[in-house]
Design a protein around this ligand. Sequence first.
Ligand code: SF4
Length: 268
Amino acid sequence: MKSPEDASPLIPLSQGQLNLLETCPRKFQHIYLDQLGTPVSYEQQERLTWGSRFHLLMQQRELGLPVRSLVEGDALLQRWVKALVDAAPEILTPDFTAFRSAEHCRTLHCQGYLLSVVYDLLIEDERSAQILDWKTYPKPKNRKWLAKDWQTRLYLYVLGETSNYLPEQISMSYWFVKSEPRPQSFKFVYDELQHQKTAEDLTKLLTQLTRWWQDYQEKGISFPQVLVSAERCSDCSFAIRCQRTPESAVSSDQDLLLNLGDVQEVPL
Ligand code: SF4
């Protein structure tokens, strides 16, 4: 990736990258600057492929294109799509009085970065704008973490900044298509206060990112690591590189003891 201080083009940043940056800046560095990939398990790959097919199918359906070839031989996929359409007819029945756009992309220029969002479905009419997002993982028990997630915050913010709608006219709904016995949703409404808070938090995060990036490129200083107390390192694929394994904790204790052994006795 280019440095934000370099001349254009702007650096694209997604909600996933903002989440990663907030979770652990060092991990962001490893993945996007050092370009160290993280291995994907077979199960994760299966889930990703299934999720992509579901999204493609919903897009084709929205565009009025044939979907038979996509669902043929996959009874489960057919079942979930039907269940979603049955659960949310008001949003999945074409309404020709509204503007509807599937896989709708928007970008926003901000502090040398290009914030990018992709709405699974955007529905706009004279009074309101709804962002819809299909999730192929189970509905979380607690909606609070989803409210704080950068997907929710950035998606709402970018629409507020790139349209004429007031924040109060904008909403975002997640549909959890695999929920039993039928798909369920979480809806997030928006307002001016949330919009201002997201603007402030984004400014802070992007200012930090630019500073860390400059220090990394000009002085070779690595991005900060998440605090050990956050307990995020044990299942991170960079734990050895970051010396955050239980063994490295023991060896650093031993190093400390050895170093203490080297300390000269102070005569009284
Ligand atoms: S091991 Fe910990 S500090 Fe290192 S990248 Fe992973 S989460 Fe961050």
